[in-house]
Design a protein around this ligand. Structure first.
Ligand SMILES: O=C(O)CCC(=O)C(=O)O
Ligand SMILES: [Fe+2]
Length: 426
């Protein structure tokens, strides 16, 4: 990140969000960046991350990936079943049945990848029909199983990724996935975990994306507030069930070709169809530009939990603790962990900036390599953002009810440390 972009980003967040944040003109198509290799990180940051806008990056970004060369047959550009079987056949993968609706998703189960590949081959040979239905292998944490396989490399544009940095540090989880599915497989209407961004690259095949700017999801809820399962379903026309649907705008429709990479902004609900047999790699990620969105999302989820169990508030001594427990089971994280998340991100930036100024060069080897690729201005931006969000966390009433012994160091102390660093840089 260059100095000018840092100044612009800081101004942008000081002035709250620009009016155009996430706004999209009716009928407008996302930018398609033809020479994606020529685009600088700072330009991507200013054009897409700051205003939270979608875009599609051209296939040259993924041309050199091993997966694009080895997972796909040369002539047809179709999945190379032999290669995939040889390398990954023994692993257990999650599979969703696209024909079955369970609550607002498809039921998922685990099977050996070799069984999935034989299903997929048979399904193709029978003209894309099968007694088992349409099975979609999704959310396979391939990177966790083969961290050194080198199937792809995360493009620089998406490397400011606090989510995976945090989960890698605590060694519990990650949000890096491989999807493989036959023509006709699809993902129902949703927004991503913690309202994060997603980037998704087609290794082979094509996808159709329906993207809805933030806020449109309100018109796609039924009278009880439940999100529709299929944003193209005729039941939306039933105004008794979906009273606000008539106000909904047409979704932005994007066809993503083989090799192309789509950037899906924060809080944009979407629905995705595989138009051909398709393999894709995607990450959920977030950073200084949308960390406040995650924090708002967590507060909203906690409020929903509190409303749900409000009748026990006065008769349960540890009601607030229970709410935190439920928050974790609904979203995957509670307030205490959110604090640890901010702490890890801030501490890494402080260490990088100290190393850059020559104070402790030895520290650098333990820090995420992405931080040096993005440059010291990015660490400064990140620190400012952790400071802003931590300030809001500290003012939060529910956060003040947490057991202080669980928070190390004390949040005020961490905030002071961050401020010392940002003040010394100004
Ligand atoms: O490719 C798909 O089926 C879904 C991908 C998705 O929802 C995402 O990348 O956020
Ligand atoms: Fe998604």
């Amino acid at each position: 990140m260059d100095e000018q972009t840092l100044q612009r980003a800081l101004l942008c967040f000081q002035a709250e969000r620009p009016a155009a944040y996430g706004e999209f003109h009716r009928g407008r198509q996302p930018d398609r960046l033809r020479e994606s290799q020529q685009l600088s990180y700072s330009e991507f940051f200013r054009r897409f991350l700051l205003p939270n806008r979608p875009c599609v990056l051209s296939a040259e970004l993924t041309e050199s990936w091993r997966s694009r060369q080895h997972w796909v047959t040369g002539q047809e550009g179709e999945p190379d079943f032999q290669h995939l079987l040889k390398h990954f056949g023994d692993f257990i993968v999650p599979v969703a049945n696209c024909n079955v609706k369970e609550y607002n998703a498809n039921p998922k189960y685990n099977i050996p990848f070799r069984d999935y590949l034989s299903y997929w081959r048979e399904h193709r040979e029978s003209g894309y029909s099968s007694p088992q239905g349409c099975l979609y292998m999704k959310d396979w944490h391939m990177h966790r199983v083969f961290p050194d396989h080198g199937a792809y490399s995360t493009p620089l544009f998406f490397q400011s990724d606090w989510l995976n940095e945090y989960w890698d540090t605590i060694e519990l989880d990650d949000y890096r996935f491989v999807y493989m599915g036959p023509k006709g497989s699809w993902t129902p209407f949703h927004a991503d975990v913690f309202r994060s961004y997603s980037w998704s690259a087609n290794i082979c095949g094509r996808k159709k994306w329906l993207l809805f700017p933030p806020g449109q999801e309100e018109y796609l809820k039924d009278h009880s507030g439940n999100l529709v399962y299929d944003a193209q379903s005729p039941i939306l026309q039933d105004s008794n069930r979906y009273p606000k649907y008539s106000q909904c705008c047409q979704p932005i429709e994007v066809v993503q070709e083989a090799g192309e990479v789509i950037f899906v902004p924060s809080s944009w609900h979407h629905q995705v169809y595989n138009l051909e047999d398709t393999i894709s790699i995607n990450h959920n990620w977030l950073n200084g530009c949308n960390i406040d969105t995650m924090w708002q999302f967590l507060q909203g989820e906690l409020t929903a939990v509190q409303e749900e169990i409000s009748e026990w508030k006065n008769c349960m001594e540890d009601w607030h603790q229970h709410c935190q427990l439920l928050l974790k089971s609904c979203t995957g994280i509670n307030y205490c962990e959110f604090y640890t998340f901010l702490k890890i991100i801030a501490k890494n930036r402080i260490a990088v900036l100290e190393a850059t100024s020559g104070d402790s060069a030895a520290l650098q080897s333990t820090l995420p390599t992405e931080l040096s690729a993005l440059g010291p201005c990015h660490s400064v931006f990140d620190l400012h953002r952790t400071k802003d969000v931590l300030t809001s966390v500290l003012a939060n009433e529910d956060f003040s009810k947490l057991d202080p012994d669980l928070l190390d160091p004390h949040p005020e102390e961490l905030l002071h440390e961050i401020k010392e660093m940002t003040d010394s840089i100004l």
